[in-house]
Design a protein around this ligand. Structure first.
Ligand SMILES: Nc1nc2c(c(=O)[nH]1)N[C@H]1C(S)=C(S)[C@@H](COP(=O)(O)O)O[C@H]1N2
Ligand SMILES: [Mo]
Length: 409
């Protein structure tokens, strides 16, 4: 792994990757190759598939500019790591560099620090390396299932992915700069720019203690390769256990702040009701809103599609993936009778608490008829998936025990 990684991430490879990206263009209209069924309560049921984006295989096209590409759900059945070329893509603004000169790239660290830094990729590659698996999930993943429907990217369940990330801890970089006493937040920004002059640049901040927890990573490696351009080449933030909105891509600027960040993306956008599972009633007023933060546990059946017909009397192997969110997966329970009875599923290899975890269960549909299969994840903090779906006006943090209807014949 060590040598594969250093090869994958050598300066030459980084350069070659940047070259490939430079040749490709995602500004050209992506063409629809074919369509996929993605049934959502408010429609549409059909989505275009595209392979017109650089370093990306066939993806569900949510939007061309800025690019929003969803991972086809079958990908999650292939294993707990999401391949880089099938990893979802989400950007807020369409002015995104189509190539990066890795020789000229600098990560600037400034603000409330003793010593401002301007780091090359070589400087960063020379720092102590850390590595772990973590799920990157968009705040709006599964938004298309909200009822009543809410505005925004109408994602199915494919705005999430798990990768093994390699890089340096943000703490290493901050310690080198020397954070001044009285600093409160660390603001991250990347190379993308608003398309309109008065548009607010996409920037996000973390509390200083969080930024210095040793886990928050500046990643240059993703599943042993350099990051695809659209996933933030050459460097992005990994904030394990937290929603993807903080995982700044093409990260080139870190500003240590001595007062709380009140920019649009922290104060107005990406806020959730400060209630369990960010749940509120449509139309409810006076709800306290806070910046979105930790991921919740979720689980999915990946090998059986809704509407499938199986053999009555024969054992059926069911498998899927789970994420614990801000804590590890403690258990996954499986039900074949719509949640009346549950039994523990068998957990697959532990790839780390922030990773997807495989689970497996078996059941025998004894009689012909309909069955409702369900999986419920509980994390090591004791949080479990709710049986009723949450709701909030921005369509964030969708969570419910998912069910898959099948029939035995
Ligand atoms: N520079 C930059 N970083 C960004 C964003 C962005 O618009 N610009 N979007 C964030 C959001 S909301 C998401 S969901 C993730 C998506 O990560 P991915 O495209 O690698 O899947 O990137 C995050 N980092
Ligand atoms: Mo997102």
């Amino acid at each position: 792994m060590e040598s594969a990684l250093s090869t994958a991430l050598s300066r030459r490879t980084l350069l070659r990757q940047a070259g490939i990206a430079g040749l490709a263009t995602f500004a050209a209209p992506a063409f629809a190759q074919s369509t996929v069924r993605l049934p959502l309560p408010g429609g549409p049921d059909e989505r275009d598939l595209t392979n017109a984006f650089p370093q990306k295989a066939t993806m569900i096209l949510q939007r061309t500019q800025p690019p929003m590409l969803e991972t086809p759900f079958e990908v999650y059945d292939k294993g707990v790591f999401t391949p880089n070329d099938e990893f979802f893509v989400r950007w807020h603004w369409a002015v995104i560099p189509t190539s990066i000169d890795v020789g000229k790239f600098r990560l600037n660290v400034h603000g409330a620090v003793n010593k401002p830094l301007s780091l090359t990729l070589g400087d960063i590659l020379a720092m102590p390396q850390i590595e772990y698996a973590a799920v990157n999930q968009c705040s709006g993943n599964s938004r298309g299932f909200f009822q009543p429907r809410v505005a925004g990217g109408e994602w199915g369940n494919g705005a999430m992915g798990n990768a093994r990330w390699t890089g340096v801890s943000l703490k290493t970089v901050l310690d080198r700069a020397g954070v001044k006493a009285g600093a409160v937040q660390v603001r991250l920004s990347g190379l993308d720019e608003p398309v309109v002059a008065d548009g607010p640049k996409f920037i996000k901040s973390l509390a200083v203690d969080h930024a210095r927890d040793g886990e928050v990573m500046l990643a240059y490696g993703m599943n042993g390769q350099a990051l695809p351009l659209l996933n933030g080449f050459p460097l992005r933030a990994i904030v394990p256990g937290w929603y993807a909105t903080y995982w700044m891509k093409m990260l080139n600027d870190i500003e240590v702040l001595d007062s709380p960040d009140t920019n649009f993306w922290m104060k107005t956008a990406y806020t959730i009701p400060d209630t369990p599972h960010a749940n509120m009633k449509p139309g409810e007023t006076g709800v306290r809103m806070v910046p979105i933060n930790k991921l919740n546990p979720r689980s999915f059946i990946t090998n059986i599609k809704a509407g499938a017909t199986v053999h009555a009397g024969k054992p059926l192997a069911v498998r899927g993936i789970a994420l614990g969110g801000a804590a590890g997966v403690k258990r996954v329970d499986f039900s074949s009778d719509g949640g009346k009875t549950w039994k523990p599923a068998q957990l697959g290899r532990d790839e780390g608490k922030y990773s997807f975890r495989e689970w497996r269960a078996r059941f025998r549909p004894a009689a012909k008829g309909d069955y409702t299969l369900m999986a419920r994840c509980t994390n090591t903090d004791g949080d479990a998936q709710p049986s009723e779906p949450n709701w909030n006006p921005a369509g964030f943090m969708r969570n419910v025990i998912e069910s898959t209807q099948i029939s035995a014949a």
